[in-house]
Design a protein around this ligand. Structure first.
Ligand code: GZL
Length: 304
């Protein structure tokens, strides 16, 4: 609609369609590509004109993309903040341009909650708790854990660590003996695991903040002549197809699902916001966990 459709935004679409600017983190993992596919398909299905950018996991690229959407006077901006901090300035510019913002997947730690209309995504602390609960229930005695952290400063990395540590605190014999970021990528997970295998004796368990780093760790463990899933057990988060296949094969022992299919809910929220309707400030994604047996059963109809 010309001018501001629904009175809520600076939208300038001339055909009555809502225009959304989406600033994606990157294409670093299987989860991310599934998330992107969900958003693009849902926009098409909802008749929303989507402008999309890939920031290659760089915050400055996301900020540039958001600024360009403001210049283009889109009706609504949505993005997944690569890290929690450093967004207030650009989100204030969006607010002054009267363009509503939706956070998806990852959140920000700003005190000013007027900078965005809602945050649609998983509870990452709960995901870490689920991983910790499984380990507490499935290990006895001294257990040395090495942790492959997600991107430094990213909400899922901070919170998955927090939830996991909260649960293993109950067991002093479970210790994180080494921890480092693998930046959510397969190559990052492999490189860090190679270093851990050289520097850290007696590794019992890998806790990887996503499947892709866990899959990289598997390559390093095999190259070191050990059996992943047996000599060194592996817990990951996401439950993308490649991770679920490794879980079904017994190379990964437990996966906490992190659902990337946020596209449909995002478009519904965007339509409501542009129409000037109220939306909840927080929408938590539905998700579960998988053992090896459950992965075998779920794989055939897994969408991503
Ligand atoms: C979680 C998402 C994380 C995934 C990773 O919602 O932000 O980023 O767990 C992805 O696979 O890179």
């Amino acid at each position: 609609a010309c001018g501001s459709s629904g009175g809520q935004s600076g939208g300038s679409a001339d055909d009555g369609k809502i225009t959304m600017g989406f600033a994606q983190v990157g294409a670093e993992s299987g989860w991310r590509t599934a998330n992107t596919k969900s958003i693009q398909e849902a926009a098409a299905a909802a008749g929303i004109d989507l402008k999309f950018s890939d920031a290659q996991q760089k915050q400055e690229n996301q900020i540039k993309a958001i600024r360009s959407y403001i210049q283009q006077k889109v009706d609504v901006i949505a993005f997944s903040p690569v890290v929690e901090t450093g967004w207030d300035t650009v989100l204030l510019e969006a607010k002054r341009a009267n363009i509503p913002v939706i956070l998806t997947d990852r959140s920000i730690d700003s005190d000013d909650t007027s900078l965005y209309k809602t945050f649609l995504g998983s509870d990452f602390v709960e995901e870490g708790r689920k991983a910790g609960d499984w380990l507490v229930a499935n290990t006895q005695g001294e257990t040395n854990v090495v942790e492959l952290q997600g991107t430094t400063g990213a909400a899922p990395a901070i919170d998955r660590k927090k939830g996991f540590e909260e649960k293993i605190a109950a067991r002093p014999d479970i210790k994180i003996v080494a921890t480092q970021t693998g930046d959510f990528t397969r190559s990052g997970g492999k490189q860090v695991m190679e270093a851990f295998l050289k520097s850290t004796p007696d590794i019992d368990v890998v806790y990887a903040h996503n499947d892709d780093m866990g899959l990289g760790a598997i390559e390093a463990i095999k190259a070191a002549g050990k059996v992943p899933g047996q000599d060194i057990r592996i817990i990951t988060v996401d439950a993308v197809k490649d991770g679920m296949q490794a879980l079904a094969n017994g190379e990964i022992n437990f996966i906490v699902e992190c659902n990337p299919l946020l596209g449909g809910q995002l478009m519904d929220l965007a339509k409501k916001i542009v129409a000037g309707e109220e939306v909840p400030p927080r929408v938590v994604t539905e998700e579960t966990t998988f053992t090896s047996e459950q992965a075998k059963a779920a794989l055939p109809e897994r969408k991503y």
